[in-house]
Design a protein around this ligand. Structure first.
Ligand SMILES: NC(=O)c1ccc[n+]([C@@H]2O[C@H](COP(=O)([O-])OP(=O)(O)OC[C@H]3O[C@@H](n4cnc5c(N)ncnc54)[C@H](O)[C@@H]3O)[C@@H](O)[C@H]2O)c1
Length: 258
């Protein structure tokens, strides 16, 4: 722990987005220092201004492009210089270029793989020396229920890849008591899911999603923030290499009526 303040440091990527904001707010409420990382620095700064930090608690907004190794490394250096340690990494940032197998754009495919899959790996590679020195750490990777359900191929491939990375890193980082888990949210409205869709087509998609969800509602940002907080806490110290589906059972195949 941080000798000065006894608070852990959480670094959250995609912090300015719908889920990122809720995760930062919850980890801040739980008493962690928060490093809010986003491509959109202004939005991350606005989020940090809104966080309700207690005396001795700090929140810092940093720019990074998760698709760019130098940018990731510069950001981690700045976070390390500011706090002296990094405990929790939430790999939440992602981009989504839609496209089917028949019409996907290879440049967009590579961009998605770089941001959504290589980015989390490079970030963890750069933070690893902190975890090794501390003998503790937490990684929480944001995937999606579609890693099992299927969907747009590039998006699903990088989320399924991120599950594979979760399991590999869980083994590689275990000697330092670093746990690595994934959260698979269901559908919720955000810039990510609304992009390129009008509200009406989102509502139609949401209706279909609720229809296939045994617990009969969409995911909320708070559902995801609560699970992130649990995985970041000492209560989850012996859980690693898991995927927690936070999607009301929509990872199950629809079941016909008897
Ligand atoms: N919204 C959903 O329905 C849903 C469902 C399942 C999984 N997810 C996953 O949850 C995570 C967050 O999604 P959201 O709905 O909050 O999306 P969002 O669009 O609201 O937020 C994404 C954030 O990532 C940032 N970002 C984009 N490219 C970046 C880059 N190259 N470097 C750094 N930051 C970058 C954006 O600026 C944005 O603030 C994603 O990993 C997404 O795949 C979302």
């Amino acid at each position: 722990m941080n000798p000065a303040t006894d608070r852990a440091v959480a670094l959250v990527t995609g912090a300015a987005g719908e889920l990122g904001r809720a995760i930062c707010a919850r980890l801040c409420r739980d008493g962690l220092h928060v490093v809010a990382v986003d491509l959109n620095l202004e939005a991350a700064q606005a989020l940090v201004r809104d966080l309700d930090c207690q005396p001795g608690q700090r929140a810092l907004a940093l720019h990074a492009d998760l698709g760019d190794q130098a940018s990731i490394e510069a950001m981690v250096d700045r976070a390390g210089a500011a706090f002296g340690r990094i405990d929790v990494v939430v790999n939440n940032a992602a981009v989504n270029h839609r496209g089917s197998l028949f019409d996907f754009d290879p440049v967009q495919w590579d961009h998605m793989m770089a941001v959504n899959l290589r980015g989390p790996a490079l970030l963890c590679q750069k933070v690893a020396p902190y975890w090794k020195a501390q003998g503790s750490g937490r990684v929480i990777n944001m995937v999606s229920r579609c890693w099992v359900a299927g969907g747009p191929p590039a998006y699903v491939a990088c989320k399924a890849g991120l599950v594979g990375l979760t399991r590999s890193m869980a083994r590689e980082l275990a000697p330092w008591q670093v746990t690595v888990n994934a959260i698979a949210p269901g559908l919720l409205p955000s810039a990510f899911t609304l992009d390129g869709r009008d509200r009406e087509s989102f509502e139609l998609m949401a209706e279909g999603s609720i229809g296939n969800t045994p617990l009969k509602r969409l995911t909320t940002p708070e559902d995801i923030a609560n699970t992130t907080a649990f995985l970041a806490s000492s209560d989850a110290a012996f859980i690693t290499a898991e995927v927690i589906h936070v999607c009301g059972g929509s990872q199950l195949a629809p079941f016909g009526r008897a």
